[in-house]
Design a protein around this ligand. Structure first.
Ligand code: PLP
Length: 292
């Protein structure tokens, strides 16, 4: 039950359908966002909504898809999706995709559709994982070529490797995957950016082989506030093994400690003090308790 915003109007959940010949279903050219609303003292608040909308529009631009709605309209759609579904803690999924007017790679008469769905999703990771950290394995799948050259788009087609990597990690008893780029440097998780702490310096891969994460930027802002030096550079797999602390960041994963990579215990094998501090700042920010 509930409603989904589709191409400018709210439609009942069950009627928000698309045809089997939807172009994006076949060739994967489309983009989306993962956004979250949190329950705050002032009601449901969508965290960093404008940043997500900006990235959605940048993704569409990179993919050469002409957005039929303005940023203000997309923002209003997200607010409506939360409000009209009476949601409090929610996950939002805006998506831009091509219609079914034509098939084949040359089709040029395709309608660009936009939808925003929202549903209740209080937590992605267990409280235990947030405190004790998760086990991760380096994936045998590398970041997809398109991701390397155009990783600033949160594009549908880029998630094939993410899914294969995550399935592989789960099948081997881990909770997440770490994908390397084509040259063997650390890129990111299946849907998260990664940070490591070593000797008081935070390191995170530069934006050449990972998504420009909104949570990543939030953590960079916190680090500045805390006067913690940050290096955005290529990092290697063994640097993660010997880090004092390591954590993933993402809208879904929030700030998630990594306790093990490929069977090597990282630091004390549980959430480290800086990770805990940043996690606390993040939860305060999403709940509207800081200068957000
Ligand atoms: N990397 C990938 C591949 C992702 O899908 C996501 C999630 O959107 C992230 C990183 C984290 O980005 P954000 O913090 O904006 O959710």
């Amino acid at each position: 039950d509930g409603f989904i915003w589709m191409d400018g109007e709210m439609v009942p959940w069950r009627e928000a359908k698309t045809h089997v010949l939807t172009h994006t279903l076949h060739y994967g050219l489309g983009c989306f966002e993962g956004v979250r609303a949190y329950s705050t003292e002032k009601g449901a608040a969508i965290f960093r909504m404008k940043e997500h909308t900006d990235r959605l529009c940048r993704s569409a631009h990179i993919l050469n898809m002409k957005m039929p709605f303005s940023k203000d309209e997309i923002n209003a759609a997200q607010c409506a999706a939360v409000r009209d579904n009476n949601l409090d803690e929610a996950y939002l999924r805006p998506m831009v995709f091509l219609g079914s007017e034509g098939m084949g790679l040359r089709a040029d008469n395709l309608k660009v559709h936009v939808m925003v769905a929202a549903w209740s999703w209080p937590s992605y990771m267990s409280p235990e994982a947030k405190e004790m950290g998760i086990k991760v394995r380096t994936s045998s799948y590398t970041r997809h070529h398109v991701n390397i050259t155009m990783c600033k788009a949160k594009a549908n087609g880029n998630y094939i490797n993410s899914m294969l990597a995550l399935n592989e990690a789960i099948a081997s008893g881990c909770e997440e995957a770490l994908l390397l780029d084509n040259e063997g440097y650390v890129a990111e998780g299946s849907g998260e950016n990664i940070f490591i702490l070593r000797d008081g310096v935070l390191h995170t891969p530069e934006l050449t082989s990972c998504l420009e994460g909104i949570t990543r930027q939030t953590i960079l802002d916190f680090a500045k506030e805390l006067n913690i030096p940050v290096k955005e550079r290529r990092i290697t797999r063994d640097e993660v093994y010997i880090a004092d602390e390591a954590f993933f960041t993402g809208t879904a994963a929030e700030v998630l400690p990594i306790r093990e990579l490929d069977g090597r215990v990282i630091g004390a094998g549980k959430r480290g003090p800086l990770t805990e501090k940043l996690q606390g700042m993040y939860f305060d920010a999403v709940k509207g308790k800081s200068a957000e």
